[in-house]
Design a protein around this ligand. Sequence first.
Ligand SMILES: *Cc1c(COP(=O)(O)O)cnc(C)c1O
Length: 446
Amino acid sequence: MSQVDPRRLIPRTDAVLALPAFAEAVARHGSAAVKAAVTRAQQQARTGEIGPDEVVAAALAHLPARTTSLRPVLNATGVVVHTNLGRAPLSRAAVEAVAAAAGYVDVEFDLVTGARARRGRATLAALREAVPAAGDALVVNNGAAALVLATTALAAGREVVVSRGELVEIGDGFRLPDLIASTGARLREVGTTNRTSLADYRDAVGPDTGCILKVHPSNFRIQGFTSAVDVRELATLGAPVVMDIGSGLLRPDPLLPDEPDAASALEAGAAIVTASGDKLLGGPQAGLVLGDAEVVERLRRHPLARALRVDKLTLAALEATLRGPVPPVVADLHADPAVLRARTERLAAALGRGVVEVAGAVGGGAAPGMPLPGVAVELPPGCAEALRLGEPPVIARVERGRCLVDLRCIPAEADDVLEVALRAVLRVDPGDGGDGGDGVAQVAEG
Ligand SMILES: *Cc1c(COP(=O)(O)O)cnc(C)c1O
């Protein structure tokens, strides 16, 4: 009996690629990536690292688990709108809407007449239904884009009257005065940092006024000897009032009494309101413009509007957010404290750890200084890095040297996954916690 050279048993590339599992892999990863994985596995078989019968499995194993490098994480920070973690997680309805819109869709086409139709009309209708005081609506890329478009269309070459108390930096170096200057409008500052009166505005408003801009100083608070002029009074001065509410709250929320909302601002007389879609509205990144139909139309017709246009995926996600179930951001903000506590205590007991009271935060430059009372599992200091580097990555909150795991923004159905991730870092075996909890938890080093 002659020995067969095992290398002659290595399956050929075309034979491997013909297997059903590889057709599926090509659809997901592309043929170049799949061929490279097969070649690598064949090479391993040639060197004897694996057997010829292991080539198929090895090739599949070489394919990346993900086709995007963005890693889903568990947000255990208790900060609901977390900019670094992508702000608002979409509702399942919104995710499904995005998937459905990913192909060819009638975004700008009327199936009945076969003619071109207004882009995103269903999303705009949903916005107008959500805010009946708005005569019309427009969606652009983000809140900053909405503000740029509004000041450009209404005030380029003219003046934007704004209080010195509202010349804010929103984050990541985005400063309102610079943004307005970039539109070709001139900034007409009125009042002082802490106090601005109606007379200050009145003295500034004149034939050269393009608009009065009112900005919600969303990420800080000025306290003490302060005064500001509300939209109702500004609307009496004869110039269109643009109110940048920031957060995307469409109607008042009793939980957030200091947060301005679109409906109230329009009812008070604002010509238009600009806002983000992915803060308190809980939808995709988007900039909303709501308000007087003629003013919105001026913005829509401005050439800049085309450069700030949103894609069909955003329109789909936004419509589903407006019409569908309560999005995660809103649900998490309003989470039942008793349910949160029960989940937290169960997890803490399972891990043999303690529960501490914490203040969560709305985040995303909304409701500054308004803590969200909650609870968290306290882990030994130094766990945060290991949690971050685990699978899935868990982003804990580090506060005064403590490592806190806040369940507010963890979907209840992910509690088991979270527990496994925490056990891995604490090196608590299943069954160790709960009844014992006698300090068995060990922090994994480094
Ligand atoms: C967040 C915010 C913006 C910017 O909105 P983006 O959607 O992040 O571009 C503008 N104005 C205010 C008051 C904000 O809070």
